[in-house]
Ligand binder design. Sequence first.
Ligand code: ZN
Length: 161
Amino acid sequence: MQIETHKVVTLNYTLTDKDGNIIDKSTDNSFAYLHGANNIIPGLENALSGKKAGDNLNVSVTPDEAYGERDEAKTQDVPRNMFPEDAEIQPGMQFHAQGPNGEMIVVTVVNIEDDTVTVDGNHPLAGVHLNFAVEVVNVRDASQEELEHGHVHGPGGHHHD
Ligand code: ZN
């Protein structure tokens, strides 16, 4: 069975950056996604179309097919008193904040100086070239319920109460 829209695909993958550092991996048959439902980044999803169980592939994904380019305008200085008084602010901490269009975004603290905190609203993988080593473990038809929800149920997928 080939990977195409509305198939449920189980994958093992190792994700590395251009220097070979491992960013993320899942190699115990525990990751599954619904093809054609924007569950995974477009660059990887496109490369998987037409593949079948047992196939191995290496996929190189540029930022525009992954998490976008970094936008320096999303880095900004905010006053320390915008944060809870009792919070110990440290680089690497993440906070929910409101974006320019009112949407909820996650910002990462990158620097603290006196009464100013510098935060970065870019996705942590923005601007990063991603390399996936992928093994296709299984391909099956999605259930009607999975199609309605837009995600996988059962092993490797969502669990509802
Ligand atoms: Zn569901």
